[in-house]
Design a protein around this ligand. Structure first.
Ligand code: SF4
Ligand code: SF4
Length: 82
């Protein structure tokens, strides 16, 4: 199993404290990253400006679930617990 292309839940649900191009303060939980395009793909995927935290976020079958909505819900719960 691998990351669902076009899911993008991990670019919306979690807060990101490091600067993102276009979001210098990072982003709050539940806010769509400005670098997430209309197909839910990262505009910075192969760009060195992509935050390190994004490279580190790995597909996790339990967290990502079987559907985007499941991933959004699971990541939101995890975010609230940490
Ligand atoms: S939440 Fe999981 S499946 Fe969805 S884009 Fe992120 S890593 Fe991929
Ligand atoms: S920079 Fe790319 S990978 Fe990181 S949260 Fe934004 S869209 Fe997602």
């Amino acid at each position: 199993m691998a990351c669902r292309i076009g899911c993008g839940a991990c670019c919306i649900a979690p807060s990101i404290s490091s600067p993102i191009p276009g979001m210098p303060q990072g982003k709050p939980a539940g806010v769509r990253c400005v670098q997430l395009d209309e197909n839910n793909l990262c505009r910075l995927f192969n760009d060195p400006k992509r935050p390190t935290v994004c490279y580190r976020f790995d597909y996790d079958p339990e967290l990502c679930g079987s559907h985007r909505d499941e991933a959004l819900e699971n990541i939101t719960i995890l975010e609230a617990a940490t």
